[in-house]
Ligand binder design. Structure first.
Ligand code: SF4
Ligand code: SF4
Length: 376
């Protein structure tokens, strides 16, 4: 038995909520309400937001769609404190907690995390005494369980878990595509967390949605094994089948995705050995496809002096890399630049702030050069 074993295995990730058709800067709260209701009606309870998601609009949306409409004991809510985006000192970092409390109206958080620790930023959490702050919040009953989300390798994870053995859980990027990816190290990080006896919350099981629509040769492997189920279901069940997992967060963006996720996760069945072999075949096939492994987390964009919407440009380029249709890819690129008011790839001044913020450690400047040459 590990901490969190009784929690249903699917969590509602609130990072990519649906946007209104008439105003794509605002969350479609009415649709979020329907998603919340379906999620709870399916016996699922775990909701995951963060102080920085969508500039605070994610926390505000969940107040309207969940907190104000359902009894507090009928769900669990997680949010996160980010010490390297949107705060400048210890006081403003700690203030994030109280702002999250006010934005959500939740009264307390079931799960509270230090957000997106990686090699470039983890020392900020020490400098601002945030580990002690977690303990204080728990002692006051404002936080029930605490942990951290993490984007680096097993050596740093080992160091953090050794220094902070009191954390209840750790949140890791785990999916079959990144299982052996040296930049992500899903397997090695999961093994390290379990070595320390920590329960795991899984993020990015569908890798920012990309594993829901994998390249044709990968999809064919899944379709041959079972044509009735979605490709996303393989990715989510792979993650949820691991030992020690509290919940698997799926960043659902519309009701249809939720209906699909819920259909196989409300009565979760771990992968059989045969199914595991199918996922392994797909993983190997995916390694042969050249694409930009961006998860669309947007951590890179707020600090870009040229306002380049990096993940949207990467998505357009991937359309070309995966499907080979240059005109379609150019259309998507044009929409990102003109429709979403992104800077162009060739506007990049190579300052490098985006690469310091990227949890996937992508060579963003190099990719932008390639995109400028191909799609402009
Ligand atoms: S390197 Fe380019 S894309 Fe990255 S933040 Fe600087 S200007 Fe923006
Ligand atoms: S480039 Fe990196 S930081 Fe930016 S959205 Fe993609 S994965 Fe996230």
């Amino acid at each position: 038995m590990y901490f969190g074993e009784e929690t249903p295995k699917l969590g509602f990730g609130l990072m990519r909520l649906p946007k209104r058709k008439d105003n794509d800067a605002e969350e479609d709260v009415e649709q979020v309400k329907q998603m919340v209701d379906l999620f709870l009606a399916s016996g699922l309870t775990y909701f995951d937001t963060a102080y920085v998601y969508d500039g605070g609009k994610s926390e505000e949306a969940i107040k309207k769609a969940l907190v104000e409409r359902h009894p507090r004991g009928s769900y669990t809510l997680a949010t996160k404190l980010n010490a390297w985006m949107g705060c400048t000192d210890e006081a403003s970092a700690k203030q994030e907690f109280y702002t999250s409390l006010e934005r959500t109206g939740a009264g307390y958080f079931d799960y509270y995390l230090l957000h997106a620790l990686q090699t470039a930023n983890y020392e900020k959490y020490d400098e601002y005494h945030l580990w002690d702050f977690l303990k204080e919040l728990k002692a006051k009953g404002l936080v029930r369980h605490y942990g951290f989300s993490f984007h680096a390798g097993p050596d740093l994870l080992d160091k953090l878990l050794t220094a902070h053995p009191d954390v209840d859980f750790v949140q890791l990027q785990i999916n079959y595509a990144d299982w052996e990816n040296p930049a992500v190290q899903s397997r090695a990080n999961w093994e390290m967390a379990r070595k320390h006896g920590k329960s795991v919350v899984i993020m990015e099981p569908v890798k920012g949605g990309t594993l829901a629509q994998p390249p044709e040769r990968v999809k064919a492997i899944f379709d041959a094994a079972d044509p009735k189920v979605s490709t996303a279901s393989w990715a989510i069940r792979f993650a949820a089948s691991l030992d020690g997992v509290i919940t698997v967060l799926s960043g659902m963006s519309n009701l249809e995705q939720m209906q699909d996720n819920v259909s196989y996760m409300k009565d979760f069945k771990p992968l059989t050995d045969k199914e595991r072999d199918t996922v392994e075949k797909a993983r190997r096939a995916l390694l042969e496809v050249d694409q930009i492994p961006c998860t669309a987390c947007h951590y890179c964009t707020p600090g870009c002096p040229e306002h380049i919407s990096i993940p949207d440009l990467f998505s357009a380029m991937n359309q070309y890399k995966i499907y080979g249709d240059l005109e379609d890819a150019k259309d998507s690129y044009g929409y990102a630049v003109n429709g979403r008011h992104s800077g162009k790839a060739s506007d990049c001044v190579k300052c490098g702030q985006c690469e310091a913020a990227c949890p996937q450690q992508l060579p963003i400047r190099k990719y932008l050069e390639e995109i400028a040459e191909t799609l402009e």
